[in-house]
Structure formats: structure tokens, C-alpha cells
Design a binder for this molecule. Sequence first.
Ligand code: G4F
Length: 349
Amino acid sequence: MAGTISSMTNTQVRKCALITGVNGMDGSHLADLLLEKGYEVYGLERRTSKPNRSNTAHLEAHPNFTFIIGDLGDQNSLLRALNQSEPTEVYNLAAQSFVGSSWMIPEQTGNINGLGVLRMLEAIREYQENTSENVKFYQAATSEMFGKMVENPAKETTPFYPRSPYGVAKLYGYWITKNYRESYGMFACSGILFNHESERRGIEFVTRKITDGVTKIKLGLEDHISLGNLDSYRDWGYAPDYVEGMWLMLQQDEPDDFVLATGDAYSIREFLDLAFKEIGITDWSDYVKQDPRFMRPAEVDVLRGDATKAQKILNWKPKVNLAEMVKIMVAEDLKRNTILSYQLSRSEE
Ligand code: G4F
């Protein structure tokens, strides 16, 4: 049974969120935001021998935050999580989130990113039937569904053309969310988010790989960064701005789908320019090697979004621009890698 926030009065509406994928970049930023807003927050994490809580360690002692074990691959665990947390809002952010790996594990990607959404929707449907409670549902859809970009910039009405098993699976998640909204009247929304990054981004993604790499080069820990295609373009925003958009979608009177994007696309080369500039290097050609291992069987060359609808209806706008975000990410990686460098030098003494 869910607890109550001690400061809640009888007239206040209970605000309680269940976040799947809470240990990821978006999940952890969203948990921070909702706790600040006075929510009770439950974070679903998979059972592993050692959970990766590098983004959520600071929440362990928070009085209004609770971890729950569960898995999008296990229907009963989702219903149990709903019964335990009694949420008013569910944010489904758990996924096999790395596009590059989706060619190696296409079946698992389809199972979690596609059928996992169905399992959560079914669990919510059953929970609502059993309790007569209404639960609002957010599905983390993605600009990867646009893939080959039939229209540039892409908006909510742009036809989809996914280019990876990841994008195809996410498209199922998007459509099943829409279908449950239309079939059962559920308050279910998809946020079609273009790339968004932060200092909490996993190291396998290109932005964080670069900011981590340049700081290691500065500290003499590495002499180059190995990358794949440098000529793709992405519309990169700052993740804390984007989780606010997720929350706004669930505060509307009617459920709907929204694109969140900055409207500007930059190449990997331009990202490299900005990151190397932060450590005082203008010509990075000697520090970057192209490695075929990081090339993809099918590439999404350009992603650029049009968030006019979100701006009009949600009053949502990104606050942090790319150069500011790169500055934040490089500064954080520099701090972390300076500690690492110190620890390495101590262990060698
Ligand atoms: O950072 P990436 O791996 O992100 P990608 O594939 O755009 O996916 C991210 O954004 C999606 C939203 O559009 C999300 F749905 C998804 O979950 C994830 O958050 O790659 C960005 C670009 C690609 O074109 C890739 O080919 O960078 C290129 N790239 C070049 N070298 C590299 C590398 N990507 C990675 N991960 N590693 C490289 O060494």
C-alpha cells in the first residue's frame, strides 16, 4: 500500500508517480522534478545483482521516494508495482535505449520497447478496473520513429519511417498507446522526444562519449576518441527541460501526443568542435579516430523536430541551448575524471 506524504492535507489532491526506468538519465531527472513538485515517487528498477544507481543514489534516503522491483518483460510485476504504489501518473521510460545495440538484440528490443508498453497498458487497465482509480500514462516515444525523415523538420503529423529495430519497436509502443487511448478512453500520451542529453547520459551515447573523451584527453588519461559516423545531424536538447515537457503532457485536460525538440540540428563534427573548445583545442583531427565498429547498418542521417504544438498547448520551450549543455557536460566529466585520475595516480604509488 502506498504511504501518504505527511504534509498533505485532506483538501490536497494526492500526487503520486510510478516511473519505469528510474535509474536512467530521464528517469532520474524526472524523479528529481516530481519530488520538487511534492509528488510521492516510486521508481521501478529491474532486479540485478548490483543495480546501477549512479543517477539515483541521492534519492535512496529521500522520504518520498521508493524503489520497486519490476520488469517490463514481466506482466505480473507491473500489476504488483501499481498495487503497491497506487499511482496517479505512470511514466514509462524503461527501454533498451541504445539504438546501436538494437541490431544485436532485436528480439529483446522488440519485447521491451514494444510489447513492454502493451504489458504496462494492460496492467493499468486491470488496475483501473479493480480499483476504479484513473491513472494517467506517459509513453516515451522517440524521434527515431521518423528515421529517414519524410518531412524536415518533423512534427506530430509527419509519417514515420524507422531505420532500426529500436525505432520499429518504439513505433509499436507509440501506436499501442494511441490504440488504448482510443479503445478504452485511457489518458495515455506519447512524447515524441528528439535527442536530449545531460551529464547523466550513458557513456555509450555519442554526446557523453565525446565529453568524457575530451576530458580524459585533457587529463592525459587517453590520447584519442574512437567514433563512427561524424556526418549525422541531431536535434539535441537538455534532458531536464524535456522531463518537464513529459510532466506537462499529463497535466492537460485531454490526452494527446507531442513532439519535443529544439528545432536546430547539428552534426557530430559540430558537437566535437564545441566539446574540444571547452578544453582549449580548436583542431581536434589528431584526437578523433573513425572506427567501423561504431558505424550502423542503417543510419538516421538527420533528425530535426518542430515543437510548435508543445509550445502552443503546453507552453513548453527548451531553456538550455547546445553550447550551454556541452559546457555543463564537459565540466561534470572533468570533475569526475579528475577524481579518477587522482585515484589512478594513488594506486600506482
Ligand atoms: O548518441 P546516439 O547513440 O543517439 P541516437 O542513435 O540518436 O539515439 C538517441 O536518441 C534517440 C532519439 O532520437 C532515442 F530514441 C535513443 O534512445 C537515444 O537516446 O547516436 C547519435 C548519432 C548517430 O548518428 C550515430 O551513428 O551519433 C552517431 N555516432 C557516431 N559515432 C555514434 C558514434 N553514436 C554512438 N553511440 N557512438 C559512437 O561512437
